[in-house]
Ligand binder design. Structure first.
Ligand code: PAF
Length: 288
């Protein structure tokens, strides 16, 4: 594995890589969820291709009240995980490598970004789009792998790639969960014990909604039930819970057999914001 900190070192690795380059952008604090993304990247790259991982805690996607300095940076453990997963290039730029001191250009997605996380964290997706666009420019992958845990982020990135015509395929990878259902996240390490014990109820609420959908319940009732179940988790504050069209993230209008729905939720537990989502099968609700 090569560790690069400069754009020039990345460019030199890129020139030498013959096969497909598959890229996994991260902010570090890697866990088994990231390992699954890297394994997927390895399979997509094949034996001739190269797997590139970036670790960059991107300041522009943190709000003024969010603690950027508290974000975990276990550099050694992260590098060890990358090495053991067969990563070819680990790119660890510092802020000066990524942003000129008088940087004045940003990428802004103006539709999908406005709701949910975007409403809770104004400017967050501008930071995400800008840094991902920069990383795409530097690494020039054929494919980039993103986790489905941040479903809205995945949808926003797909839109950016479509609208800016990046010649890159975006592969979404399913959420990796603890045995009790909690979606893996770098933030889980901050959960106090009591909140950790309650956290699996988020996935239980989502699963209950999906099962009700299978049974033919209409989406408006599903959404009410989901909010009620999440609101009943002791100590939890519900940020949002909505069932939306999975690509546009718009509220569901008329349901057809083509409609693909996703429940998106964010809950604050023990001072930690936990995001989760699940596909909601609405086919059976079409019956009159
Ligand atoms: O999902 C993340 O870890 C970050 O938002 C990303 C995509 C690496 C951009 O900083």
């Amino acid at each position: 594995m090569i560790t690069a900190v400069t754009t020039a070192a990345v460019a030199s690795w890129r020139r030498k890589t013959v096969g497909k380059v598959v890229f996994v952008p991260t902010m570090g604090a890697l866990h088994s969820g990231h390992a699954a993304l890297i394994q997927r990247a390895r399979r997509l790259a094949g034996k001739d291709g190269g797997v590139a991982v970036s670790i960059f805690v991107n300041p522009t996607q943190f709000g003024p009240s969010e603690d950027l300095s508290r974000y975990p940076r276990p550099i050694r453990a992260d590098a060890a995980l990358c090495r053991s997963e067969g990563v070819d290039l680990l790119f660890r730029p510092d802020v000066r490598e990524m942003y000129a001191s008088d940087v004045s250009v940003a990428v802004s997605e103006k539709s999908l970004s406005l709701r949910f996380e975007g409403a809770e964290r104004p400017g967050h997706f501008d930071g995400v789009c800008t840094v991902v666009a920069l990383l795409f420019q530097m690494i020039r992958p054929e494919i980039a792998v993103f986790g489905e845990k941040d479903w809205q982020q995945l949808a926003v990135i797909r839109r950016m790639v479509r609208d800016l015509k990046f010649p890159i395929r975006i592969a979404g990878h399913p959420i990796v969960r603890e045995e009790d259902g909690l979606a893996l996240s770098s933030r889980n390490r901050f959960l106090p014990a009591g909140a950790r014990a309650m956290a699996p109820r988020i996935f239980q609420a989502l699963t209950a909604a999906a099962m009700e959908a299978e049974a033919g319940t209409k989406h408006a009732s599903l959404e009410r039930q989901l909010r009620r179940d999440l609101g009943r988790i002791p100590g939890a504050t519900l940020n949002y819970a909505s069932i939306v069209e999975e690509t546009t993230l718009e509220p569901l209008g008329r349901i057809t057999s083509q409609t693909k729905a996703r429940a998106l939720v964010a809950v604050k537990l023990g001072g930690v914001r936990l995001l989760d989502n699940l596909a909601i099968p609405l086919g059976n609700s079409l019956a009159p």
